[in-house]
Ligand binder design. Structure first.
Ligand code: FE2
Ligand code: FE2
Length: 496
């Protein structure tokens, strides 16, 4: 995070911050697009009020706003009211002479317009990505009421506002490049609702509840990381406007992952500190640990198991003809495609995929093209490990014998090769009956959730933190420990 209060980008297209819709895409020169987006904007604000953060709409929140795309400085920090946040349209700078980096069109100039033959699948891909952005805001709608500190409250709202901007980013692509259909899709993105019976969000994990702050931190660590992987794959796209849009979104995404990693990390820190202060060494002495007002490590593991498994489902079927076509068509690449050393066409290549065959978990080489999703999932699982290792170091340093682990890839899966099978976190294939009988060892029970909920009490005093979470090491934008990240007023409906 930058230590400068306000930095403006200079080397790139000037962003007019006073525009109704701040942008670096020269919106003023495309009147039709501008009009379409200005028509969409009030509906977006209606959605924000109806489905975005509950209460706090009058609060002054210390938010970062993207005002440019210069890697050296692209953000300003200031107290703003959330509905007045400047949701803008920002694309990473155009790389002159960029070519399509993979697939059957490899080496051809990147597309600046939608290639006619791929119009439908490209649109679908953008809609699916776009749908996740408002969905997470909806899932997190009620968390403000139980924020463990003003610092965390601010981070929640920062993430929410930026997910809103990511929706803008996808809507820009739909409206600019897909005409009438694009406008209809932009509309539908404001109409679906997370967990709505009749009109839910498209992907499963985005219809789950985010009922408490531990869920929020797990979500931002594990599920926003799916976002990172998807954006990284789309940033490789031969459709250049999509690539440039996603490249800039990744910059913001890094903060969401930071919120998740440090949120879980600080939860662990509070737990091990309280255990040590009380002289408790056994992490399974759950009753005694819970009495200290902190979350025991086995519960944290069960919670992580849930979030990891539902997020892995977001990668789709490991073996997928759709994934193969998106790759071959040059629309969606692999993670860090340009750094992979192969021919980037994969006509004859294979990739090892884990699957269940004849009652056994085996690894089989399959055509690499059809295993694109599987590879992205494997890269995701690797990417998850760094933060988990850091959490484990906190536990080890405190002298407590416990490690957070990633469950087996097949644990608790509903989509793909492992759907319909019952696999323990250790990777043992068991019967449905046994899984049912033992699932409380691996996933949170209602009693666990009741306990977590009992800790979820708001703490709005500057510099104060709820019992179950430690203070952060550094403030946002290097602000001091007692900084008032959110100024809450009576009109926010949150004082009670
Ligand atoms: Fe996002
Ligand atoms: Fe995110």
């Amino acid at each position: 995070m930058s230590d400068t209060e306000a930095i403006h980008s200079s080397a790139f297209v000037e962003v007019n911050y006073d525009d109704k819709i701040p942008n670096n895409v020269n919106l003023n020169s495309d009147k039709q697009l501008q009009r379409a987006l200005e028509e969409w904007q009030p509906q977006y604000l209606d959605w924000w009020q109806e489905a975005g953060p509950n209460c706090f709409q009058d609060a002054d929140v210390y938010l970062r706003t993207a005002v440019g795309v210069d890697p050296k400085g692209w953000a300003v920090f200031d107290h703003v009211k959330m509905p007045e946040y400047r949701w803008g349209i920002l694309l990473a700078p155009k790389e002159e002479g960029r070519t399509i980096p993979f697939g059957r069109h490899k080496g051809e100039p990147a597309w600046q317009e939608v290639p006619g033959e791929y119009r439908a699948i490209l649109r679908r891909m953008i809609v699916v990505q776009g749908d996740t952005e408002p969905a997470s805001v909806e899932q997190q709608r009620f968390l403000g009421k139980t924020a463990p500190s003003l610092y965390d409250l601010r981070n929640l709202f920062q993430v929410n506002d930026e997910e809103g901007r990511h929706l803008w980013a996808m809507v820009y692509l739909l409206v600019k490049y897909f005409g009438r259909d694009g406008r209809d899709e932009a509309q539908a993105l404001l109409e679906r609702r997370s967990a709505d019976q009749d009109n839910p969000r498209i992907l499963g994990a985005f219809n789950e509840r985010t009922p408490d702050w531990l869920s929020f931190f797990m979500f931002t660590y594990f599920t926003d990381r799916d976002g990172k992987m998807q954006l990284a794959a789309l940033a490789q796209s031969g459709f250049d406007p999509l690539s440039r849009t996603c490249r800039f979104m990744l910059t913001e995404e890094a903060h969401h992952l930071f919120v998740g990693e440090t949120g879980v990390g600080r939860t662990i820190e509070a737990t091990v500190n309280a255990m040590n202060a009380a002289g408790i060494k056994d992490p399974y002495d759950v009753e005694a640990i819970r009495k200290l007002g902190v979350i025991d490590l086995p519960t944290l593991q069960r919670k992580a198991n849930f979030h990891m498994s539902v997020t892995r489902d977001l990668f789709g079927s490991e073996i997928s003809s759709n994934g193969a076509e998106l790759f071959s068509a040059g629309l969606k690449g692999r993670f860090e495609e340009t750094r992979i050393e192969d021919d980037h066409v994969l006509a004859d290549a294979t990739y090892p995929v884990m699957r269940v065959k004849n009652g056994e978990i085996v690894t089989e080489d399959v055509p690499a093209l059809s295993a694109i999703n599987s590879r992205l999932l494997d890269d995701y699982i690797k990417d998850c490990q760094g933060g988990i290792d850091r959490w484990n170091r906190t536990i080890a340093k405190a002298g407590i014998d416990f490690q957070i682990k990633q469950p087996h890839k097949g644990f608790h899966r509903k989509i793909g090769e492992f759907a319909g099978h019952h696999i323990t976190p250790e990777g043992e294939l068991i019967s449905a009956e046994e899984f049912e009988a033992r699932k409380n060892e691996w996933l949170c029970t209602e009693a666990d959730h009741d306990f977590i909920n009992s800790l979820m009490k708001a703490c709005y005093e500057p510099g104060q933190y709820a019992s179950w979470i430690a203070a952060p090491r550094v403030g946002i934008n290097n602000k001091p420990g007692d900084f008032e990240y959110v100024k809450i007023y009576e009109s926010d409906g949150s004082a009670a």
